[in-house]
Design a protein around this ligand. Structure first.
Ligand SMILES: [Zn+2]
Length: 292
């Protein structure tokens, strides 16, 4: 859906509540505290009353919409703007679009990212899988100094945050912020084992020595970037395309991303990438936000 469709489908708070109740309960309100369906509904504030545990509740209890003072329509519009922004949307922009203040925009976008959260990858990456690392963070450019006065380096010597990514060609991507120490063979092997079908898939990486041990437990090919970038199927263009998207988003929209929030931004970019072919992504994301 785009924002016009959302605006037309949910013109009022009641339309939003009806939709959320339909998604969460399919017409029969269920007490979120004791799971009883012996409830009666009141017309005031869209609340329901549980006859079993004698508590009142609304459809937003226990979800990212709980205790919100913002009209639900703005939440749904925010969700749509974030889902449709291929390169991400800054909270400043979101604040302008939704006519809310910047801290509200920031808070709701973080909560929406939470709902987009760790896809809990159900299946391991298959087929041809490309793995690579990149570095994210700060606005430091080559030659500029870090906070401690040391010059900022590029590539594997940098003080930025390392991110390891793995992508199945034509399929899903996984990207994780890691510690520097995890860029050694042991850490990389563990990441690959955790996300890739090591029995059937072929992993393609560059010639970084951290990947040297991979061929001990799975099919592995490496690309020599000094000589060529594309040698038939042996290339890492897919993961590099994802890095390009991520960096344009992070540099262009979010500027300085700290280690604390990087996982949420990675979630967002992976989620959009992994659901690029999902038609009803709006409904799917609402289901996740409601814990359905
Ligand atoms: Zn109850």
């Amino acid at each position: 859906m785009n924002i016009i469709q959302v605006y037309q489908k949910f013109p009022s708070q009641k339309d939003c509540i009806d939709y959320l109740e339909g998604v969460r309960w399919r017409g029969i309100p269920l007490c979120p505290y004791c799971k009883s369906d012996r409830c009666c509904s009141s017309n005031i504030g869209y609340r329901h009353y549980c006859l079993n545990c004698r508590t009142s509740f609304s459809v937003t209890v226990g979800t990212i919409f709980h205790h919100t003072h913002l009209p639900l329509q703005k939440w749904l519009l925010a969700l749509t703007l974030i889902l449709n922004a291929k390169k991400g949307i800054s909270s400043r922009q979101l604040a302008r679009d939704l006519e809310v203040n910047k801290s509200t925009a920031w808070r709701i976008s973080m909560q929406i990212r939470e709902a987009m959260g760790d896809d809990n990858q159900r299946s391991l990456l298959q087929g041809i899988v490309e793995a690579d690392e990149t570095y994210i963070g700060g606005k430091l450019r080559k030659g500029k100094k870090n906070d401690d006065g040391t010059p900022n380096k590029r590539g594997r010597g940098t003080k930025k945050i390392p991110v390891v990514g793995m992508v199945e060609r034509g399929g899903k991507v996984v990207a994780k912020a890691v510690k520097k120490t995890q860029l050694k063979a042991k850490g990389l092997n563990a990441l690959v084992r955790g996300h890739v079908d090591t029995k059937k898939a072929t992993l393609i990486t560059d010639e970084y020595k951290g990947y040297l041990g991979i061929s001990n437990f799975m099919s592995h090919q490496s690309v020599n970037h000094q000589v060529w970038y594309v040698d038939g199927d042996i290339h890492t263009n897919t993961i590099e395309g994802f890095w390009a998207l991520l960096k344009r988003g992070i540099v262009g929209q979010f500027h300085k991303v700290s280690l604390k929030y990087l996982p949420q931004y990675l979630n967002e970019f992976c989620y959009r990438y992994n659901h690029r072919k999902t038609i009803d992504l709006f409904d799917l994301t609402i289901c996740r936000a409601l814990g359905v």
